[in-house]
Ligand binder design. Structure first.
Ligand code: FAD
Ligand code: UDP
Length: 366
């Protein structure tokens, strides 16, 4: 018998398991995949740590979370500075003075701000109601057309007018010549890869891989007093209110027999025609000196049964549906829902760890 059956060995499940073990609780972690770590899992290919489920850059403003992850592994000084490739034209991301200068030839912040204001006025946007209006009011219509519209419509499979504004607010807009993609105080990549964190978190906990909760639900539940569930919340309730929408991805990994393929860790392809959104060159996350290099293209697609659900689609329809599932979840006395899929939230890693620590506190310290 276990105190907790933890469904999912991603960052939420692993943080919960580590903290519960520290408090003397016995946990069993199961995962349907053949490895632990969820989406932060890395694989060694040609000596390069390959982020198997897309680029993962750790960033946070929260000192406690930063110190928390640093107890497991040391982080390097990587700063994410993606570039955008729009039909062969290269722009710096996020939107900053380098971007504005290349696009418009403006040199001072005042000139850039005036250009954006002019385009915002022309578009006649007062209170942005959707992603398109939000984007134009933040950076103007030229940047929207070249760097946002195509990328966003590929990524989400929906028109920018049907998407919530908050998605584009993830990206900084800066009137300085600073290409750092994040505003957070702390940022880096774990030296040796993310698996090191997960191995330490789960070092004292029993983990069963290749085990799908839904293949054997009744038996598994009997093994523990409580369940921590980090899979899809709608699946947990047999989709009884309907199916939540997710975006999925196909990853295409390639090995190239040369030391440097694209000159940057992340290159975004922002036109509508290129079928992938980003190309990642993994070695640059760790300043790698290997002879070969590994790159990954990300092809977004609509999630269908059997695909991995990578992103919740937090539009109004889905958020309303999620509320219904949340209502059901709140009635479950012995089940705790957590993580990106269990709470249907577009969480970054630091937020997932923060949420897991809060959950443990509420569950075991009060
Ligand atoms: P997951 O990592 O998804 O773990 C859930 C686990 O549950 C999985 O291992 C899954 O196999 C398992 N599971 C699900 N259902 C079942 C079942 N029925 N039975 C058994 N096991 C099950 N965050 C950042 O901070 N920085 C980034 O740069 C960043 N980049 C990202 C890029 C991509 C492409 C994606 C998709 C996400 C990115 N994130 C990033 C977000 C980050 O991956 C998540 O915040 C975090 O990994 C979520 O952890 P989790 O434990 O909630 O979920
Ligand atoms: N985005 C964009 N152009 C880019 C990069 C991002 O329009 O070159 C938009 C897009 O809508 C994306 C959102 O900004 O979904 C958030 O980007 P982020 O890099 O945070 O996405 P994630 O890493 O979570 O996929």
């Amino acid at each position: 018998m276990y105190d907790y059956l933890i469904v999912g060995s991603g960052l939420f499940g692993s943080t919960f398991a580590y903290e519960a073990h520290k408090r003397g609780k016995k946990c069993l972690v199961i995962d349907k995949r053949d490895h632990q770590g969820g989406n932060v899992y890395c694989e060694d290919v040609e000596g390069v740590n390959v982020h198997k489920y897309g680029a993962h850059i750790f960033h946070t403003n929260n000192k406690e979370i930063w110190e928390y992850v640093n107890q497991f592994v040391e982080f390097n000084r990587y700063t994410n500075s993606p570039i955008a490739n729009y039909q062969g034209e290269i722009y710096n991301m996020p939107f900053n003075m380098n971007t504005f200068n290349k696009l418009w030839g403006v040199v001072t912040p005042d000139e850039a701000a005036a250009k954006i204001e002019e385009q915002k006025q022309t578009a006649g946007i007062d209170k942005p109601k959707n992603l398109e209006e939000q984007a134009i009011s933040l950076v103007g219509s030229d940047i929207y057309e070249k760097l946002i519209k195509g990328y966003t419509e590929k990524q989400w499979g929906r028109s920018c007018t049907d998407l919530p504004a908050f998605i584009i607010k993830r990206l900084p807009v800066r009137f300085t010549y600073d290409n750092n993609y994040f505003n957070d105080r702390y940022q880096g990549i774990p030296i040796g890869g993310y698996n090191k964190i997960i191995e330490k978190m789960l070092g004292n906990t029993e983990v069963q891989l290749n085990t799908d909760f839904f293949a054997n639900r009744e038996e598994l539940i009997k093994k523990a007093d409580k369940v921590v569930f980090t899979g899809m919340i709608d699946q947990y309730f047999n989709y009884e209110h309907g199916v939540l929408e997710y975006r999925s991805l196909d990853f295409e990994h390639e090995i190239h027999d040369l030391p440097n393929y694209q000159g940057n860790a992340v290159v975004n392809y922002t036109d509508r025609e290129t079928p992938y959104t980003r190309m990642i060159e993994h070695k640059h996350f760790e300043f790698g000196k290997q002879d070969k290099t590994v790159v990954t293209k990300e092809y977004p697609k609509e999630w269908q049964h059997g695909d991995e659900p990578y992103y919740p689609v937090n539009d109004e329809r889905n958020n309303d549906l999620y509320k219904k599932y949340k209502g059901l979840a709140d009635q479950q006395e012995n089940v705790i829902f957590g993580g990106r899929l269990g709470t249907y939230k577009y969480y970054d890693m630091h937020q997932v760890i923060g949420a897991a620590l809060q959950t443990v506190k509420k569950e075991l310290d009060s």
